[in-house]
Structures are given as structure tokens and as C-alpha cells.
Design a protein around this ligand. Structure first.
Ligand code: ZN
Ligand code: FE
Length: 239
């Protein structure tokens, strides 16, 4: 089993989330997308763990900015997509679509999702029903198209929709309220979306992340996942 700790980084700037993953059997740990070292180091101290790995979803600086500092501090290995080998700082282990990665007794599958960038990946821990989506999927919205095109993003969305509904997903930013207006508009204020937002706002008011939500909830409420054709997906992205 995997213990998952959410760590808010760059708070109030871009509200990035890094994640500390601890494999409970072996106590081997990893950090996903370290954008700010201080809050991560603090949490690792509190939990008495020294991460062996840094796992990146994509190359953008707000996901990799602390790679080198944490790599040096913990003697950690940096893991990312082979397509990003030239632009992820300190990359040691390059993986490709469909590869698996072991964290102690836990195991992740690498799912390639071009769109936000070319070389973006999801980290999918199927046994733990946990999916780390970086800037591909946020609560109620998807990442901007910096490098890929709409067709690539649509194809990537289908890969997410194929995963089980009871998977919890963990995004790279706290963007839930950014997505709220579009979700309400395209769903015509559906009860599902209203319930989703009530729960999200309740957690945010307590100083917690809005999520995690399940992919089942997201498939119903996220207007980019609920779009039923590429044309409709494109229309919603352009709105
Ligand atoms: Zn990004
Ligand atoms: Fe980002």
C-alpha cells in the first residue's frame, strides 16, 4: 500500500501540488513534481523519510524546479519520460509509455499523454487506485495546449476515461475553482456538478486540497471528460 501526502508548493503563486509517496511495506519513498524545496523537506522531516526518487510528469519548471536540490540532498534518482530526457533537470531514469516503475512493493504504470506538452506522462498506481495527472487533468478542467494539438489532447483524455471509475486522481495544481464556471455552464448547473463544488469548497475552506476526487466523479462533472466527441471537446476548449 501507498501512503500519499499532498504538499502545497508555490502557494498563492501557481498553487502547485507536489506529492510524497511512501511505500508502506518498504518505507521507500518518492516525490512527484517538486517545484519548491522548503515545504517538501519539512514534510519529509516530519514523516522521517528521505525520498529515493523524484518522479516528474513533465518538464515545466513549476514541476521540476527543485529536482537538482532534492536530488543532491537525498541522493535521489530523477525519473521521467524519455522524450523529456534533454529538458528534465538531472534525469537519471528515462521511461516510455507502458513501462512500469517499482517503488518498493508498489508499482506504477507510465501512461503517455501528449497535449499540455509532448512527453507528458501520468503515473498510475493501479493497485492503490491512484493516478497522478500533473498538468494533463485538473479538477473540472484540463491543462492548456502548450506543445500538443487538440487531437492529441482528445486522445489523451480517452486514455484517462478508460481507467476505472474508483481511481482517485491527484492533479499538479489547485485549479478547481478555475474550472467551476465552465463545468456549471456546460452541464447546465447539473446536481452532480453542484454537489462536487459544495464538497470542494468545503474542503478548501478548511485549508485542505479540494480533492482527491474519483475519476468516476470527474467523468460526470469535468466538461472536457464529459464531451462525447472530438468536435464537442474542441468547441468546449475554445469557449
Ligand atoms: Zn505544465
Ligand atoms: Fe504546471
Amino acid at each position: 500500500m501507498l501512503q500519499i501526502e499532498t504538499i502545497l508548493c508555490r502557494a498563492g503563486i501557481m498553487d502547485n501540488y507536489a506529492y510524497l509517496l511512501i511505500d508502506e511495506a518498504s518505507r521507500i519513498s518518492a516525490i512527484i513534481d517538486p517545484s519548491e524545496a522548503a515545504p517538501i523537506i519539512k514534510r519529509c522531516q516530519e514523516l522521517n523519510t528521505r525520498p529515493s526518487y523524484i518522479l516528474n510528469t513533465h518538464h515545466h519548471f513549476d514541476h521540476t524546479d527543485s529536482n537538482l536540490e532534492l536530488k543532491q540532498l537525498y541522493h535521489a534518482q530523477v525519473v521521467g519520460h524519455s522524450a523529456d530526457a534533454h529538458r528534465i533537470p538531472g534525469l537519471d531514469i528515462a521511461l516510455s509509455d507502458g513501462d512500469t516503475f517499482r517503488l518498493g512493493d508498489s508499482q506504477a504504470q507510465i501512461i503517455s499523454v501528449d497535449g499540455h506538452t509532448i512527453g507528458h506522462i501520468l503515473w498510475y498506481f493501479a493497485q492503490d487506485k491512484a493516478l497522478f495527472t500533473g498538468d494533463m487533468l485538473f479538477n473540472l478542467c484540463v491543462g492548456g495546449l502548450f506543445e500538443g494539438n487538440i487531437s492529441q489532447m482528445w486522445h489523451s483524455v480517452q486514455k484517462i476515461k478508460a481507467l476505472p471509475d474508483d481511481t482517485l486522481f491527484y492533479p499538479g495544481h489547485e485549479y478547481t475553482l478555475h474550472g467551476a464556471q465552465e463545468a456549471l455552464y456546460f452541464s447546465h448547473n447539473s446536481p452532480d456538478v453542484l454537489a462536487y463544488l459544495r464538497l470542494a469548497q468545503n474542503r478548501l475552506q478548511q485549508g485542505l486540497p479540494a480533492g482527491p476526487f474519483t475519476l468516476g466523479e470527474e467523468k460526470k462533472c469535468n466538461p472536457y471528460l464529459s464531451a462525447d466527441s472530438e468536435a464537442e471537446f474542441a468547441r468546449r476548449l475554445g469557449a
